[in-house]
Design a protein around this ligand. Structure first.
Ligand SMILES: NC(=O)c1ccc[n+]([C@@H]2O[C@H](COP(=O)([O-])OP(=O)(O)OC[C@H]3O[C@@H](n4cnc5c(N)ncnc54)[C@H](O)[C@@H]3O)[C@@H](O)[C@H]2O)c1
Length: 263
């Protein structure tokens, strides 16, 4: 499997982003890590950057070399801070970074978006999701949230619904497809990282414990990182616009419940 050489990873100071960076570096990749917080130990090159604003994205893009192989969009917020910052980081900032870096990603390169099982409900919200992803550029997120009545309590799942639908659409957008850049998503279930504690506050212990019970255990960053890097590799060269559930079977269990094929 030929592996991406220069790989940009957001959210590299913690959890899944940190583990992805460690694994990539261990496989010989040059890692360029981005995070609003400084990592305790640096892996490869580190850029302090905040992707929650157009200015923050532009400042990051200016520091990225002119040719990279892959972009892993791992940085994310839990929703605890409300719908506006959550949509700004988890969707609009991520998308703006991807679009701005597209010309720097080599032909046949890869973008991997870390979504979530929490985005499962996009089909039920499809009209609202479509309307928001059709807003181009990096809008005034507070205005979008107000106009589309996105409540704070659904900010996190809704941000991942946007991300999942955009992943499918982006796979067929000229700015990526014309240069063979694949755009895929990985959707973890509950993973033991600092954000999980915040999910317990936002979603409630009952929901998180139920999710963990369905799969037998919570995941860890080591469970997720290899899938992200697989999607960066040539081994995934015919995978495009896909979402890989990496969740110990949680999505299958939710599907069984929703569509009534429980054993
Ligand atoms: N841990 C889980 O249970 C779980 C489940 C499903 C999906 N996810 C997703 O996985 C991704 C990684 O989460 P994690 O579990 O590693 O959490 P984490 O909190 O450990 O890491 C998130 C990282 O994103 C960075 N970040 C936040 N805002 C940023 C910004 N504006 N600009 C740049 N960096 C920013 C944080 O500083 C942090 O280092 C997130 O997108 C999250 O939604 C996590």
């Amino acid at each position: 499997m030929i592996f991406a050489k220069t790989i940009v990873i957001t959210g590299v100071a913690s959890g899944i982003g940190l583990r992805t960076a460690e694994l990539a570096a261990g496989m010989g990749a040059e890692v360029i890590g981005i995070d609003v917080n400084k990592p305790t130990h640096e892996i490869g090159q580190f850029i302090t950057g905040d992707i929650s604003t157009p200015q923050g994205v532009a400042a990051v893009v200016a520091q990225i070399p002119s040719r990279i192989d892959a972009l892993c969009n791992v940085a994310g917020l839990s929703g605890k801070s409300g719908a506006v910052p959550t949509l700004a980081v988890n969707f609009f900032g991520l998308r703006a970074l991807s679009e701005a870096l597209a010309p720097k990603i080599r032909e046949g390169g890869s973008i991997v978006n870390v979504a979530s099982i929490a985005g499962f409900g996009w089909r039920a919200n499809v009209e609202k999701v479509k309307a928001i992803i059709s807003i181009e550029g990096f809008p005034d997120v507070a205005r979008v949230v107000a106009e589309h009545d996105v409540k704070n309590e659904v900010g996190y799942p809704f941000s991942k619904e946007l991300l999942l639908l955009w992943t499918m659409r982006a796979a067929h957008e000229d700015k990526f497809k014309s240069r063979g850049i694949r755009v895929n998503a990985v959707s973890p279930g509950p993973v033991e990282t600092p954000i999980l504690k915040q999910f317990r506050e936002v979603l409630g212990d009952v929901r998180v414990n139920d999710d963990i019970a369905r799969t037998g255990r919570a995941g860890n960053s080591q469970d997720i990182a290899p899938t992200i890097l697989f999607l960066c590799s040539d081994g995934a060269r015919w995978i495009n616009g896909a979402n890989i559930a990496n969740d110990g079977g949680l999505e299958a269990s939710v599907n069984a419940q929703v569509f009534g094929f429980n054993s």
